[in-house]
Design a binder for this molecule. Structure first.
Ligand code: ZN
Length: 260
């Protein structure tokens, strides 16, 4: 990072701080932030400040976006990049907040070349260089539960990270020194295992939505990594290890501090 950029960041952090009380409310009341150390919280606050300065948060369909909501969304969006740096969140500028799950219409071509018109209800969506789209209802629901395994913002940010090196395929750019073979072998094996269980209608400890495709697998296991690391570790220890190396965080070490 050059001198000018560093100076600009210092200026933003100084001129646009998140109000102390608002930050306390978010990080002390939400389970997902409870186990962070004071140093991690301070770093997360800096990232969230940059996020709010660089991204425009827009409410649609009558959804009001209050300052408190902005801080919640920014803190959740920045948690996955705590060890990766803010650069991973650059290249897009908008967060669109729907009041609740929103409907999208898509055209999808099947293997035979037939185009199907589909209408689906989504709680979040993200596009490579486009906006991050989330439903406030879903965020609130995740926050209300003290032991939620889901988090729509973390899910969509995982898709964003995945798309940093091309289409979403469950293979984000890995940090230097992480062998690609270890990542793909480990995640593919776990994904195939999950797909088989879902196909045979067996109970799964991970949300079966993760079996939709490798991109959804990566996004869903990322949610578990941050929100329920003990479940992910118990089910797929090797996958947890790959995510620990990738995200450069170890949420399992936080569990003793808040999963009692
Ligand atoms: Zn998804």
């Amino acid at each position: 990072m050059n001198w000018f950029k560093r100076a600009h960041i210092r200026y933003i952090l100084h001129r646009h701080p998140i109000a102390h009380q608002q930050w306390q409310d978010v990080t002390e009341k939400m389970a997902v932030f409870q186990g962070l150390t004071a140093v991690e919280k301070a770093h997360l606050r800096e990232l969230a400040t940059l996020f709010l300065h660089e991204k425009k948060l827009l409410g649609v369909q009558g959804q009001e976006v209050t300052d408190a909501m902005r801080v919640v969304i920014a803190a959740l969006a920045c948690l996955p990049v705590l060890g990766l740096g803010f650069g991973c969140l650059e290249g897009w500028t908008e967060v669109i907040v729907y009041p609740s799950a929103f409907r999208v219409r898509r055209e999808e071509r099947d293997d035979a070349g037939v185009v199907h018109h589909q209408e689906r209800s989504l709680s979040g969506e993200s596009w490579s260089r486009g906006p991050l789209i989330v439903s406030w209802d879903d965020i609130e629901q995740d926050l209300r539960e003290t032991r939620s395994v889901r988090n729509v913002v973390i899910h969509e940010i995982a898709h964003k990270l995945d798309m940093l090196n091309g289409p979403a395929d469950g293979y984000p750019p890995l940090r230097y020194g992480m062998p690609v073979a270890a990542w793909s072998t480990t995640l593919s094996a776990a994904y195939q295992k999950l797909v088989l269980r879902v196909e045979h209608h067996h109970r799964t400890c991970i949300d079966p939505y993760a079996a939709a495709n490798p991109a959804e697998f990566f996004a869903v296991i990322s949610e578990y990594f941050f929100c329920a690391p003990d479940i992910l570790h118990a089910q797929f220890a090797a996958v947890y290890e790959q995510l620990r190396l990738y995200y450069r965080q170890d949420p399992l070490t936080r569990t003793g501090r808040y999963f009692t």
